[in-house]
Design a binder for this molecule. Sequence first.
Ligand SMILES: Cc1cc2nc3c(=O)[nH]c(=O)nc-3n(C[C@H](O)[C@H](O)[C@H](O)COP(=O)(O)O)c2cc1C
Length: 210
Amino acid sequence: MILGISGSPRSNGISANAIKYLLSKCEGETKYISLAGKHIGGCISCLGCTKDNKCVVKDDFQEIANLMEKADAIVFGIPNYYDVPNALSHSLLERCFCFRHQGAFLLKDKPSIIFSTGYSSDEENNQVLKIVDHFLMMNNMKVISKFLVGAFSQCYTCKYGRTCEDGNVVKNNGIVDKITPAMLPAKFDKQVESMLKCDKAARLLNEILT
Ligand SMILES: Cc1cc2nc3c(=O)[nH]c(=O)nc-3n(C[C@H](O)[C@H](O)[C@H](O)COP(=O)(O)O)c2cc1C
């Protein structure tokens, strides 16, 4: 089973749609999970997991941890918030501390794909990709592809974007009378390049898993 995790708190945003698209290009069984609405706190350093590599904190991580362990491969879609992974995703990755005690490394060698949704297109220097890669490396996972997907911008729907000089609407268009559909950042299904990157990553995963 290939597990796709959207780290966004938005259930139908770009990360969600990109993960679903990528999974649709994968062969065999897939499972999609969204962190939207989930309650996942950060690691509390209780060390309850050191004995048997099971996290003892009872929240929504348990269900995801089981799926992560079972999966043959994992695809992570992580929104960029302030140039780091958003808090929900960060908590999930931090809690993966439970998998790596006493030489167990339960996620060891699991192929994984990371993409991050954000405004930047500089894949080489992107901090979110680097941070998530580091988390996975600490679990001895095998990252086979890393790439960026274009962002949604909250400024276009916040109701103040038309005139807010701190926001992306004014930054990109100046003060406008009306926000028109042409100004909106592209939804995932209009991001041809991002779709091609997902196709390529899925192909790579299919090759590895067959
Ligand atoms: C609190 C917050 C901070 C953000 N900071 C950044 C940022 O520093 N750089 C960036 O590229 N995008 C930033 N964004 C935009 C998100 O990356 C963008 O909305 C992304 O597409 C979210 O993915 P989603 O559609 O799956 O929710 C930020 C969004 C929020 C809500």
